[in-house]
Design a protein around this ligand. Sequence first.
Ligand code: TRP
Length: 452
Amino acid sequence: MGLSADNNERAIFATKFGAVATTVGSAVGLGNIWRFPYEAGIHGGGAFMICYLAFVFMIGIPLLCAEFCIGRGTRSNIFGAYRKLRPDRNWHFAGYIGILASILILSFYSVVAGWTIEYCLSSLFGQLDFSDTQTGHGQFVNLTTGWRPVIWTFVFLMCNFIILIGGVTKGIERASNILMPLFFILLAAFCINSFTLPGFKEGVTFLFKPDFSKISPSVLLGALGQAFFSLSLGLGCMMTYASYFNKDNRLGKTAVTTAVLDSSVAILAGIVIFPAVFSFGISPEAGPTLVFEVLPYIFSRFPGGAAWSTLFFLLLFLASLTSTVSMSEISITYFCEEKRWSRKKATVVSSAIGAVGGLLCALSFGPLNHLTIYGMTFFDMFDYLSSNICLPIGGMICSIFTGWLINKRFVKDELTDNGKHRFRLLSLLLFFLRWICPAAIFLIFLNSIGII
Ligand code: TRP
């Protein structure tokens, strides 16, 4: 498999390409294809896009660098890493936020991944009807109300479980190496198709033309949450992956590559979805169901639509798996390394908790949809709490920690590989980690609770 044992018992990625592909594999998933278009849709398109991109570059890249430095420098999970670097304080409580967030995310993520399995199989067996909007919506309602989604959520969690029980990243690296480029190509092909749709201009204008008057506290918070979610930031996931990086991995470069590839996939997905939204008269504000209602129409325009649809949902399912595997690693490494549990026990317990959360989220579209808190179902609540609250808080702690509390020398050594190459932007990076990232996150929080 792709990993080889390191002398101090932790595995490392065999190749640099593999390490980058796996990191991108964690970042690219439903966050790009499903969450980005629906969040952009409800938050006014262009206004959301510009905030999202600003956050990816201003906050995302510096935080990726920070998580990479801490992870590779300490070769530990988030708890061990914070403790090793600052034994005097309880900084590692950030790890608990990470575990909470990873379980919340796993719960609703598995439901959506379950929908992809359902759509993949339905297309394969010719049960998806690609004719008009009413059927698109009707089919979605059909597939997601009742108990069926619970079954698919569990099937997905089972797949996740099987991969995890096999060892750290066994097989994932190899799979990501092939699948991520393939997924990218397929998406690019659908993107080209968008140019031929009657709603192309309207869709692209919606997505790219910022209407600054639409930037509201909820747009800012939504875009911040999306940047964190999409880059797998804020809960120590990238830290854990970086702890498997080779010493010669240039962390700054890997951070930029990850951010650029990840946001390109999100933008491509937007170009695929929005022209179709306007061509077929669907509301861009449909919410979490948007992509699943729209995609079947896109496929119906292709000869052999069902085959394309099957392939697309299959790849999306696999992209989701590489993401859930990465988020499950947080709680598993915690139980294994901090609590000294066996990997098997840790995996069983984490998956079981995920299954309970998954059950609540899967039923949110059917039997439990009237059960709401502040107008949010379990599904919405889990998503909101994790992405918009826990991840930015985790990120804020990480940036303050890296910017202020750990030795500058440590950060420099990691980024330059002990001086082997230059990292010219070190001062700028530290400036961002010290001031810009924590301040921006803090202000957005204050803004969204109405204080400023
Ligand atoms: N980034 C992934 C996506 O876009 C989801 C994900 C994987 C994630 N690991 C994470 C989100 C850790 C937050 C934290 O689909």
